[in-house]
Design a protein around this ligand. Structure first.
Ligand SMILES: [Fe+2]
Length: 327
């Protein structure tokens, strides 16, 4: 319930038109209540408070809230009076008290909503900083997280996933390899073939990443922790760490597997130069149904057939995301 209220609050605060409409509805509700429900004062107060919560509280700017509260109080009082306002009415204790109590209610709700949103944004920035710290350890993979985020989002859009799901997968892409922070430098940057033991250390990174961020509830709720945990699963169940197969792997992780492989194959690595793009495309197609989800490969191929090399991040600015992804 708390989660849904937070999502609802954030989507409204970011949408001026919606915000304005809700204020208008709240305002009409107060007037209608005043006219028809005079005999039920308690109900009237509850209705008024609810209207304030839904409407006025969503405005960030104090002066707009003050103005709206003033209009509301003026209308409420003028509806109760048959005569035209006098100067002493405007300064009456009742009007001032009403204004202060409505304004404080709206402001405190607004403060709570804004703190909630700010906390989410700070968390997001902190995790992005961690991801950058990881990339900075190896200049060969400096932009890998950004690229995986970009490709994953493109595929998700092609598969007609919701806008929210696309934003979430972008963040998942940024954070997918965060667990590599726990892998020693000499293994991460080793130019020759890894030994079995070294590879088993590398294979721990999805679980390390999951554990590192598991206390951040926004990431858990948004399914981003599951993307981190399962981005090395294979469609045929021969991946790691869980060995789950097909639809048991979250769709975002199935998408990320294609994006991750494609970027790894088309970027320079410490142990080799860039591979031929046609070879990478061929490999992706060849592994549809074994390593990769065929539906994801199909979506990826339709983007590739339409955009060709323009798809590569060096030709397209890497898309940005918004904090709405945590909604
Ligand atoms: Fe990885």
């Amino acid at each position: 319930m708390k989660k849904h209220l937070g999502n609802y609050a954030e989507s409204i605060i970011n949408n001026r038109l919606l915000n304005g409409s809700i204020v208008l509805l709240a305002f009409l509700a107060v007037i209608v209540t005043d006219i028809y429900i005079d005999n039920f004062p308690l109900f009237q107060i509850a209705y008024l408070m609810l209207s304030l919560m839904l409407g006025l509280a969503f405005w960030k700017e104090t002066w707009i809230r003050s103005l709206l509260v003033a209009i509301m109080v003026y209308s409420k009082i003028s509806l109760e009076q048959t005569e035209v306002f006098q100067v002493h009415d405007i300064l009456s204790i009742r009007i001032i008290t009403l204004f202060i109590s409505y304004f404080l209610t709206a402001s405190s709700i607004s403060f709570m909503i804004l703190s909630y949103i700010k906390q989410k944004k700070n968390t997001l920035q902190l995790t992005f900083t961690l991801a950058k710290a990881l990339d900075s350890r190896d200049h060969y993979t400096a932009d890998h997280s950004d690229h995986v985020a970009y490709y994953s989002k493109k595929i998700a859009e092609e598969m007609n996933l919701s806008k929210m799901a696309c934003e979430r997968i972008f963040i998942g892409g940024i954070l997918h390899d965060i667990g590599k922070i726990g892998v020693p430098e000499h293994i991460l940057g080793k130019p020759s073939r890894l030994t079995e033991e070294e590879f088993s250390i590398i294979k721990e990174h999805p679980i390390t990443g999951y554990d590192m961020l598991s206390h951040i509830s926004h990431l858990k709720r948004a399914g981003i922790l599951d993307m981190i945990l399962h981005h090395h699963e294979r469609f045929d169940g021969r991946g790691y760490p869980s060995g789950i197969a097909e639809k048991r792997i979250p769709v975002a992780a199935r998408i990320m597997a294609v994006a991750d492989t494609f970027d790894a194959m088309t970027s320079k690595r410490v142990y080799r130069g860039e591979l031929n793009i046609d070879f990478a495309i061929e490999e992706i197609q060849k592994n549809a149904g074994t390593q990769f989800d065929p539906e994801v490969v199909k979506a990826f191929m339709s983007i590739w057939n339409r955009e060709g090399e323009k798809l590569l991040p060096k030709y397209s600015p890497v898309a940005k995301t918004s904090s709405n992804a945590f909604s």
